[in-house]
Design a protein around this ligand. Structure first.
Ligand code: KG4
Length: 335
């Protein structure tokens, strides 16, 4: 079954063609990062307009990459939530019209379920159940993936997402947007113990996280150094910050594994590209005898292929939509 899948929830306009949930035939992406860089973050209205301009072109590009025609498409899928609402709606309405025009099923996909499914593409042997640490620019959560379409949220951030935190600190340091990648590269060779930064604890909810205190402490460290005319040791500061983020995430997912008895652990989302988090997960899983699944780097960030992968399993479960499908800024992953 060949699914044409559309992702437009933030600043990438992506259209892919995926066969049977695991084989990527084409993955076309138009990134808007350059456009938003001058503002230091995504401007929602600009994002929606850019999606409108790019989406048909990306669909044509995907078909030509795969050497297929419209008549080869068996179903159409799109991210319907969560995301910037104007941006999501462009993809939803495009997918609705293509599905209607081709008279094929329409499959709505939750964006974070899509991130999780990036692992099915990288690891053909991976099947649920497993735990997934989902870390992106807008979401941070630990999910029990009981089955391809049955999931339970075990823990989540109470405030900022991990990626948002990387982006804000990087913006104040002036090292670019989005900031996670540049912070990761800057941290190489730095001393992760040099700058003391806080770790959070949420009373009564051991798997929930908080990043706002860490973000404030990191920004205060930068501003205090500026006020005193001192130079920060940037690689060590970036390494200390990356370690603090990793310490929020990795021990909690290992705790979740103990509580649920799961022995397979995956990670997903843009922040799962982070080298320290990947390294810490590898070490923790090796120590606890768990099997670790990490998406290949190009599938960590937003892409259309991950939506096409999850869509296949939503289709098998009968989770289809019709032309009444709406887009949503937020939606629980476990419904
Ligand atoms: O999954 P994604 O592409 O978009 C959302 O669905 O939000 O994630 C984007 C986030 C950004 O905050 C970006 O700074 C972060 O992923 N990111 C990283 C790295 N690469 C991207 N964060 C930490 N380390 C990285 N290497």
């Amino acid at each position: 079954m060949i699914i044409l899948s559309v992702e437009s929830s933030c600043d990438e306009t992506a259209v892919a063609l995926v066969r049977d949930g695991r084989e990527v035939l084409a993955d076309a992406i138009a990134s808007q990062i350059e456009m938003h860089t001058i503002y230091g973050g995504v401007v929602p209205e600009i994002a929606s307009r850019k999606h409108l301009e790019a989406i048909s072109l990306m669909a044509d590009q995907a078909l030509s990459q795969a050497g297929l025609t419209r008549s080869d498409i068996d179903a159409v899928a799109c991210t319907y939530a969560p995301g910037l609402i104007g941006a999501v709606l462009v993809g939803v309405n495009f997918a609705k019209s293509v599905a209607y025009g081709l008279n094929v099923p329409l499959i709505p996909v939750h964006h974070i379920r899509g991130h999780i499914a990036a692992n099915y593409i990288t690891h053909p042997d991976l099947e649920p159940p497993f735990l997934c640490l989902c870390v992106s620019g807008g979401n941070t959560m630990i999910v029990d993936v009981e089955d391809y379409t049955r999931m339970t949220l075990l823990g989540a951030t109470r405030d900022d997402a991990a990626g948002e935190c990387f982006d804000k600190v990087a913006r104040v340091l002036g090292i670019g947007y989005p900031g996670g990648g540049p912070m990761d590269r800057l941290a190489q060779g730095g001393d992760a113990a040099k700058y003391p930064l806080p770790r959070s604890k949420v009373d009564g909810a051991p798997l929930d996280m908080s990043f706002s205190g860490l973000k404030t402490a990191a920004l205060n460290t930068i501003h205090n150094a500026e006020q005193k005319g001192e130079n920060l040791d940037l690689p060590s500061f970036a390494a200390s910050f990356g370690q603090a983020v990793s310490d929020e995430l990795v021990p909690r997912v290992m705790e979740a594994a103990k509580l649920t008895g799961r022995t397979k652990i995956a990670a997903a989302g843009g922040v799962s590209a982070n080298s320290r988090i990947r390294g810490d997960l590898e070490a923790a899983c090796a120590k606890e005898g768990c099997q670790l699944y990490l998406p290949e780097l190009k599938l960590c960030g937003d892409n259309g292929a991950m939506i096409g992968s999850q869509a296949y399993y939503e289709f098998l479960a009968g989770n289809l939509a019709d032309s009444a499908l709406n887009g949503y800024a937020s939606r629980p992953i476990d419904r």
